[in-house]
Design a protein around this ligand. Structure first.
Ligand SMILES: *Cc1c(COP(=O)(O)O)cnc(C)c1O
Length: 341
């Protein structure tokens, strides 16, 4: 497969139009078969449910080129089932999980020329999404929906390579009200934009959000979960019903425990204990594992001693193992890698 003429090594995390996207419509209580289209634009009624009441959910995963030249996708079954959970929470019809996986395969295959080559540090980001498409003016769910998958080649989420980032504890709550923080939905992201822009203006790469009820516990960032490494080498990650259950985090916890033999604790993490950790990182499909060097808490600097100048040694081991599995350098646990043929 001849690849497109793109400067793969210098890609940022942005949108580049690719040749094909998948689209399926829900009408009269059922999904149609869906198809690939070359049209990147969507025409909607002015009163579409998504425009008035933000009825939209999405997912994110990546396709990679392995060292031996195969195109693979990492754990799309988990994205399919999480999107079903998100849809149910917003009163949207579920796009069948088996059809979701087939559609992912179809759209990646059609855009294979955009899957960055092995070793470039880039990947093809896959964005399934669904939205209410018919007019709705009273507050109620739409009757018609569109499910789509777009793809775009991306580089690292944070500029500066593996250099640890500096973040701040945000005064804002990330999630939209009413406990919707644990679903992957545009409305939660819209609620986080002001906090993100504020943090960037102050020179921080990201926010650390605390729980809104007590503001004593660590939740997550806008688009990634946290992992922490204790001084005695344990992996600790926040347990909370209002954070998004990251597939990357679930995979890292498995890798830590089952492959690297580490102790893993998923538990409440208090702001007060941040100063005692040796390393910290953000994890997610986009962030992969991005090391955090410093956390600002209103004038107080919390430093992560083992990961200030470069990725800490334990984070590095987790990163190498996870990306090794994703890029086919290491053997994957059963079912983690789906090959696109
Ligand atoms: C997508 C997302 C993550 C990361 O989840 P992955 O499945 O690992 O990509 C974390 N937090 C939020 C709020 C997200 O939307």
């Amino acid at each position: 497969m001849a690849k497109k003429d793109i400067d793969w090594g210098n890609l940022g995390f942005g949108y580049i139009t690719t040749d094909y996207r998948f689209v399926s419509n829900f009408k009269d209580g059922k999904w149609d078969d869906g198809e690939l289209t070359t049209d990147a634009n969507i025409v909607l009624n002015e009163c579409a449910g998504v425009l008035q009441y933000a009825q939209t959910v999405f997912e994110g995963m990546k396709a990679y080129t392995t060292e031996d030249g195969r195109t693979v996708v990492f754990r799309p079954d988990l994205n399919a089932s999480r999107m079903a959970d998100s849809a149910k929470r917003l009163e949207m019809p579920v796009f069948p999980e088996d059809k979701f996986i087939e559609a992912v395969k179809q759209v990646v295959k059609a855009n294979e020329a955009y899957v960055p080559p092995f070793g470039s540090g880039a990947s093809l980001y896959i964005r399934p999404y669904m939205f209410g498409s018919n007019p709705v003016i009273g507050v109620k769910p739409a009757d018609e929906y569109q499910f789509r998958i777009l793809t775009t080649p991306v580089g690292p989420y944070f500029k500066g390579g593996a250099k640890p980032i500096v973040i701040k504890i945000s005064d804002f709550d990330r999630a939209a009200p009413n406990g919707t923080g644990h679903i992957k939905a545009g409305l939660n992201y819209a609620m986080s934009l002001h906090a993100i822009v504020t943090a960037h203006e102050e020179g921080f790469a990201e926010n650390m959000y605390l729980d809104s009820a007590t503001r004593t516990k660590v939740e997550e960032t806008g688009g990634a979960n946290f992992i922490f490494i204790t001084k005695d080498g344990k992996l600790v990650t926040p347990k909370s019903s209002t954070i998004l259950p990251s597939i990357t985090r679930r995979s890292i916890c498995y890798v830590a425990k089952e492959i690297l033999g580490m102790e893993v604790e998923e538990r409440e993490v208090f702001k007060e204990e941040l100063k005692d950790f040796a390393e910290a990182g953000l994890c997610g499909t986009a962030a992969v594992i991005s090391p955090v060097g410093k956390i600002f808490d209103h004038g107080t600097e919390i430093c992560l001693p083992a990961g200030m100048d470069e990725m800490g040694p334990v984070t590095k081991k987790l990163y190498d193992t996870l990306t090794g599995i994703q890029m086919g350098r290491l053997e994957a646990p059963e079912g983690w890698i789906v090959e696109i043929k």
